[in-house]
Design a protein around this ligand. Structure first.
Ligand code: GLA
Length: 425
C-alpha cells in the first residue's frame, strides 16, 4: 500500500490524492461497501500517504544566489538550433570577454529533441546534434561554462517536440546523466494542468536526480508563480515573450517598456535563489537604437533580472558588446543583497528607479521614456536618504567618478535613454 500511495502522490500531488480518496470513500460509504470506522482510518492522511517527514525536501536548491547570467538560443535562432551554433556560441562566450564578465550558462532552447527511445528516454535530434547532448555538454564544460536545456510541462513543447508530461523523473535523470546544469521548463500543451503541481513535480524530479540543476520556470506569469514558486524554481517568467520592440503588444509578444511595467511591481517577491524573469535579453538582436538597448540592459540589471543574452554573440558588433559587457552595470545586477530595484518617482515619461545595494549604496536610473531629451532629478528623499547626506556618484555608462553630491543628482537624459549611477558614502 505505502509504495503505491507514494507513486500516486508523486503523480497527482498530496492534495489531489486526498481529494481523490475522499471521493472514492464517500462513494463506497454510500454504497455500504465500507464501514464508517474504516473510512475514517483510511482518510487519516498519515497512514495512507506516509508521514510529512517523507515528503521531498523543498528547501531552496542553493543555486542562483545572484541572478543567473548566460545565453539562450531562442531569441536569435528560434527552432534553427544545431550542434555548430551551440559550439560556436560557447567558443565566443569563452573568448570574447563574456565569460570573464560573468556569463556562464549556455542554454539550448526549443527544438533540440528527437523522439523518445523504446524505454521512454528522450533523445536528441540526430541530424542537428549528431554527437549527442552529452558530448555537447562536455564541450561546454571544458570551456569552463555551464550547460542548459529546455523542456515543457505539457505533452509537447511550444515548437511541437516531445514535452516532459508523464516523463518528468525520467527526463530529469537523463539531463543529469548528460551533465545538464540548467533547465528551462515551458508551459505549452498543458491544458488544464495545475501550474504549481506541474512545476513542483519537475522541481522534485530534478532534486531526485542528484545533480544540482537550476530550474527556470517559463509559465509566463499566468498562475502568479511569484506567490508560490520561491522554493520550486530559481526564476519564473512574469510575462509573455519579449520581442525587440520598444513598447506595446505584438501578438503574443511584448516590447521592452511593456514588460518593464508588468515586472516592476513584483519587486518584493525576488531575492537570492528566486528571481522574477522578465524574459531574455534582446540587446543586439533587432532594430532598436543604442539608447533603447542601453535602457533595456540597465533596467534588466537594476530589476535583478536574469541576464540571458539572446543575440548572436559570435558575430555581435562592438556597440552590442559594450552594452552586454558593461561591468559597472553587471555589478549592480549581481549585487549580493539581491534586491530587485524599482521605480521611486514618475512624472509623464520621466522616471527615477532605485536599487539598494549590499554596502548601503544605491544604484539609480534616470529613465526618459519620451522622444525628446529631458532633465531628470533623483532627490535623496526618493532613495530613502536624508537630504544632508553627501554621497559619491559614479556614472556607470561613462565609467567615470562624478564626485560628491548632496541632496540630489540631476542630468539631461536623451530620448529613450538612461543615465545610470551608483551613490555611495
Ligand atoms: C515559449 C517561450 C519562449 C521559447 C519558446 C520556444 O514561447 O516563452 O521563451 O522558449 O516557447 O518554443
Amino acid at each position: 500500500m505505502a509504495p503505491i500511495s507514494r507513486v500516486v502522490r508523486i503523480v497527482i500531488g498530496r492534495a489531489g490524492l486526498q481529494r481523490y480518496l475522499t471521493a472514492l470513500l464517500f462513494t463506497a460509504l454510500t454504497l455500504g461497501a465500507v464501514s464508517p470506522a474504516i473510512a475514517q482510518e483510511v482518510l487519516d492522511p498519515n497512514p495512507v500517504v506516509g508521514s510529512p517527514a517523507q515528503d521531498p525536501q523543498r528547501n531552496s536548491n542553493g543555486l542562483a544566489q545572484t541572478p543567473p547570467m548566460g545565453w539562450n538560443s531562442w531569441n536569435k535562432f528560434a527552432c534553427n538550433v544545431n550542434e555548430k551554433v551551440i559550439r560556436d556560441t560557447a567558443d565566443a562566450i569563452a573568448s570574447n570577454g563574456m565569460k570573464d564578465a560573468g556569463y556562464q550558462y549556455v542554454v539550448i532552447d526549443d527544438c533540440w529533441h528527437g523522439q523518445r527511445d523504446a524505454d521512454g528516454f528522450i533523445t536528441a535530434d540526430k541530424a542537428r546534434f549528431p554527437n549527442g547532448i552529452k558530448a555537447l555538454a562536455d564541450y561546454i564544460h571544458a570551456k569552463g561554462l555551464k550547460f542548459g536545456i529546455y523542456s515543457d510541462a505539457g505533452a509537447k513543447t511550444c515548437g511541437g517536440r516531445p514535452g516532459s508530461q508523464g516523463h518528468e523523473y525520467q527526463d530529469a535523470l537523463q539531463y543529469a546523466r548528460w551533465g545538464v546544469d540548467y533547465l528551462k521548463y515551458d508551459w505549452c500543451s498543458t491544458g488544464t494542468r495545475n501550474a504549481e503541481e506541474a512545476y513542483t513535480l519537475m522541481s522534485d524530479a530534478l532534486r531526485a536526480s542528484g545533480r544540482p540543476i537550476l530550474f527556470s520556470m517559463c509559465e509566463w506569469g499566468n498562475a502568479k508563480p511569484w506567490l508560490w514558486a520561491a522554493k520550486v524554481g530559481n526564476l519564473w517568467r512574469t510575462t509573455g515573450d519579449i520581442t525587440a520592440r520598444w513598447e506595446g503588444k505584438h501578438g503574443y509578444s511584448l516590447g521592452i517598456t511593456t514588460i518593464v511595467d508588468f515586472n516592476e511591481p513584483l519587486w518584493p517577491y525576488a531575492g537570492p535563489g528566486h528571481w522574477n524573469d522578465p524574459d531574455m535579453l534582446e540587446v543586439g538582436n533587432g532594430d532598436l537604437t543604442p539608447a533603447e538597448y542601453r535602457s533595456h540592459f540597465a533596467l534588466w540589471s537594476l530589476m535583478a533580472a536574469p541576464l540571458i543574452a539572446g543575440n548572436d554573440v559570435a558575430t555581435m558588433s562592438q556597440q552590442t558588446r559594450d552594452i552586454l559587457l558593461n561591468r559597472d552595470v553587471i555589478a549592480v545586477n549581481q549585487d549580493a543583497a539581491g534586491v530587485q530595484g524599482h521605480r521611486v518617482w514618475k512624472q509623464g515619461d520621466l522616471e527615477v528607479w532605485s536599487k539598494p545595494l549590499a554596502d548601503g549604496g544605491r544604484a539609480v536610473i534616470l529613465w526618459n521614456r519620451g522622444t525628446q531629451p529631458a532633465s531628470i532629478t533623483a532627490d535623496w528623499g526618493m532613495l530613502g536618504y536624508p537630504r544632508s547626506l553627501k554621497l559619491n556618484a559614479r556614472d556607470l555608462w561613462a565609467h567615470k567618478e562624478l564626485g560628491q553630491k548632496a541632496g540630489s543628482y540631476a542630468a539631461t537624459v536623451g530620448a529613450h535613454d538612461v543615465v545610470m549611477i551608483t551613490l555611495r558614502s
